[in-house]
Design a protein around this ligand. Sequence first.
Ligand code: 6PG
Length: 244
Amino acid sequence: MNERQVHVLPSVGELQEAAARQVAEILTPTTAGKSVRIALSGGSTPRRMHELLADMPGINWSHVHVYFGDERTVGPDDPRSNYRMARETLLDRVPIPAGNVHRMRGEDPPAAAAAAYQQELIESFASDAGALPRFDLIILGMGADGHTASLFPGSTALHERSALVIANDVPQQSTTRITLTYPVLNAARQVLFLVAGGDKAPAIRDVLGEDETRRPPAAFVLPTDGESLWLLDAAAAEGLSEAR
Ligand code: 6PG
C-alpha cells in the first residue's frame, strides 16, 4: 500500500518555502535537457510558492511543461482564473516558452473544454502510448470540505474512472469546473499537497486519520506507483497525532 509522507511546518510561509524547494528539486532534471511535466493547483496557497519558485536557480524552463489540475469556467483574464493566478505569480516571471503552457480553456463550453484538454493530454503524453498520462508532479490543495482540484464532495467527478478530464457540476458553489480525474491524479510520479489554515484541520484528520468512514475527496488521491507528499502548516495539522 502506498504511504503518504506528511511534513508539518510551523507556518504557512515555511510551508510555501518548503514547497518551492520540493518543486525545484523535481524540476532539476531540466538542466540536463530532460522534459518535466507538472500540473499546478489553483487557490491561494500556491501563490507565494510560485513567486519563490520563479526566483529559484537550477531550472531550465525551456524543458518545463506546465498543465493545470483544474480550472474555473471563466476566461484567462478573469480574477477567478487559476491560469491567471499562475501567470501573474509564476509564468510571467520565468522564461517558459508559451507552447509549454497548457491552459484549460475555461471560456469555452465546459464539456467541450474538458474534451479538448483530454485530447491535449493524450497528444502531449503520446510517448506513453496507451498508458495514462503520467505527470512528474501534480500540485494540489485541499478545501475545508476536503475537496481537491475540482473534485468536490457529492459531485459526479468522484465516480469517473475512464475520462481523464471532465466538466464537473459543483452545486455547492453554483458553478461547473473543469478538472483532472482520479485516474490521472493517481498515475502521477508524485502528488504534492499544500494545506494551510486551521479551517482545514478537520478535513486533514478525516483524510489522514484512522477513521475509514469519513474520507473526503482528497483522501482518494494516492498514486498507485508514485509518491504522496503532504505539506501542512501547524494550524492545518492541529489534532492530527491523536487522529492517526
Ligand atoms: C481551486 C483549487 C482548489 C484549491 C482548494 C484550496 O481551483 O480553487 O484547485 O482545489 O486547491 O480550494 O484552496 P486554498 O489554497 O485557497 O485554500
